[in-house]
Design a protein around this ligand. Structure first.
Ligand code: ADP
Ligand code: ADP
Length: 228
């Protein structure tokens, strides 16, 4: 079954820029999907729709069979976690622990449950040792992992990462890919948006190519043979 479905989605920014011009796609539950497209293709705008931050102006987004609307967008945000490209847009607390517990505290979970989830999330990104550190003192790659932990602590069914490997050195990139494999092996649906065709080919099962606000191709990884 598809955990996310997008049907003929349009989105125009207030300045008149038409970022999405009729996107349709589907993401099977449990899959590893890569969303490919050049800069400006509309990837970020699309991702903000998949987790309910933006609402469709025209067309539909469905998450677990439910159409995303103003009424259920909070629920959608808890089911579909989004990791921004730049961790400084996401990591803002004074300690790592405070940052990772922010979501579960906000969900009014019990203190024990908050503790359990945040602990597991930090373990999933190999950052337990840094729980009392200030994010400000961490490297870019470490901050990125804290941002991922913050999203994981909400227990999402889908995790979406915008340019997960951008600005990481080769070792940081390997660590990150290992984390993504682990998440996927645990049954989470993982979506990455990237312009890195090699990364997509190496990691994804399903490829979605968008360009100029439209879906260009959707299929298994073999469709990249034409792109390379
Ligand atoms: P990508 O993530 O693939 O680089 P984006 O979704 O960021 O693509 O951008 C799609 C189009 O929308 C681009 O033309 C971009 O310049 C424009 N755009 C993005 N954000 C805004 C905004 N806040 N206001 C106006 N135009 C925007
Ligand atoms: P990056 O992600 O920025 O490439 P890493 O986090 O991969 O760097 O660094 C690899 C390992 O080195 C970390 O998992 C951690 O164990 C150790 N390490 C890095 N920075 C520190 C630090 N400031 N204090 C203690 N250990 C560190």
């Amino acid at each position: 079954a598809n955990i996310i479905e997008v049907e003929d989605l349009f989105f125009t920014y207030r300045d008149g820029t038409q970022a999405l011009k009729g996107i349709s796609l589907s993401i099977p539950e449990g899959s590893r999907t890569a969303l490919l497209g050049p800069n400006g293709a509309g990837k970020s705008t699309l991702l903000l729709h998949l987790n309910g931050i933006y609402l469709a102006q025209k067309g539909k987004v469905r998450v677990m069979g439910q159409e995303v609307t103003a009424r259920n967008c909070k629920w959608v945000r808890s089911m579909v976690g989004l990791v921004f490209q730049d961790p400084d847009d996401q990591v803002f607390s004074s300690t790592v622990w405070e940052d990772v517990t922010f979501g579960p505290v906000n969900m009014r979970l019990t203190a024990d449950e908050v503790e359990r989830r945040a602990g597991e999330a930090l373990a999933a990104v190999n950052m337990e040792k840094f729980r009392d550190k200030a994010p400000y003192h961490l490297s870019y790659g470490q901050k990125k992992r804290v941002a991922i932990a913050g999203v994981l602590a909400m227990n999402p069914r889908v995790i979406i990462l915008d340019e997960p490997a951008a600005y990481l050195d080769p070792r940081g990139k390997d660590t990150l890919m290992e984390i993504l494999w682990r998440l996927s092996n645990n049954g989470t649906t993982v979506v990455i948006a990237t312009h890195d065709v090699d990364l997509a080919a190496e990691w994804a099962q399903q490829i979605l190519v968008i360009k100029d606000g439209r879906t260009l191709a959707q299929g298994d990884v073999s469709i990249l043979a034409d792109e390379k």
